[in-house]
Design a protein. Structure first.
Length: 294
């Protein structure tokens, strides 16, 4: 009877090199979330190439039609194809989410680095941030949109400003901790320039936290845009967004529930997928988990 061969030390080394650390292993849930988000983003970006109708084309003879072979998700109160409007509207909603996340993270990172590194500026900056955080985010967003007018960029700015203080506080806390590390003190003692210390030694420490925070801001921005549009304080109603589609369909919900249901389903799946991926990124980038594995 042949004895089972034991793997050699070389084979074990190869298998160990090929195996992923525990923090980099992705479960089924995040994989499904990534696939769903990829489908939603790709469908929105490529929508002009495959949608069957012009999302702005009205047809009074096909008002509030149910789902059919001609109109996959039915039509709205103006006879416009709901499927085409949801797919095209996703482009604007995703643009607002990504734009607000990028601007919030970049602005908050710069201000947070200055606040955490310069003690004299810290008190002034943080009092300003505390003042902004004292104002309810949705009320501040409504006021900013009303001041600048209903447009995509107005909504992005209105969502970005309330998010910046949260990013600033996050970056500041990381910088305050990293500033006391020996390698930073050595760089200061060697006469390294301010920009070199901030860019080479302090900023890299904030990136993992900012990546995770950026995913949450993106999901929150998409939801906030829908809320602002639902309240009539978002993007102009002439531009199809997920929020505008649901806001226009609420009056006719009893006649055609799909006006809100289908749009809300896509919106919910998108936000859920982004949040799940954000949780996964947090676990993968968590240094405490890295220390447990070593």
């Amino acid at each position: 009877m042949a004895h089972a061969t034991q793997p050699t030390s070389a084979m074990q080394a190869v298998l160990g090199a090929l195996s992923l650390p525990r923090r980099w292993r992705v479960g089924v849930g995040p994989m499904i979330a990534g696939i769903v988000l990829l489908v939603i983003v790709a469908s929105a970006l490529l929508a002009p190439l495959y949608v069957p109708y012009d999302p702005m084309q009205m047809n009074s003879l096909n008002r509030l039609q149910p789902a059919s072979a001609e109109h996959l998700l039915g039509t709205d109160q103006y006879g416009r194809d709901l499927f085409s409007r949801i797919m095209i509207g996703g482009r604007v909603s995703l643009l607002i989410g990504v734009g607000a996340a990028l601007f919030s993270v970049l602005t908050g990172m710069l201000i947070g680095l200055v606040s955490g590194f310069f003690r004299m500026a810290d008190a002034i900056i943080m009092r300003i941030m505390d003042s902004l955080m004292a104002i309810p985010a949705i009320l501040l967003a409504i006021a900013l949109v009303a001041l600048n007018g209903p447009s995509v960029w107005s909504v992005i700015v209105a969502i970005t400003i309330p998010e910046v203080p949260r990013v600033v506080r996050l970056v500041r806390s990381v910088v305050l901790s990293a500033r006391e590390e020996p390698y930073v003190e050595a760089a200061v003692a060697l006469g390294s320039g301010m920009f070199k210390i901030l860019g080479k030694h302090l900023m890299p420490n904030t990136l993992p936290a900012l990546i995770v925070q950026g995913t949450y801001i993106c999901a929150s921005a998409i939801l906030t845009e829908a809320l602002l549009s639902f309240l009539g304080a978002g993007v102009s109603t002439e531009i199809p967004t997920w929020g505008n589609i649901m806001a226009e369909g609420r009056t006719y919900f009893q006649i055609n529930p799909g006006l809100i249901f289908w749009t809300g389903a896509v919106l919910s799946l998108c936000i859920l997928s982004i949040n799940l991926l954000g949780d996964t990124a947090r676990d993968m980038l968590d240094p405490r988990l890295k220390r447990r594995e070593t």
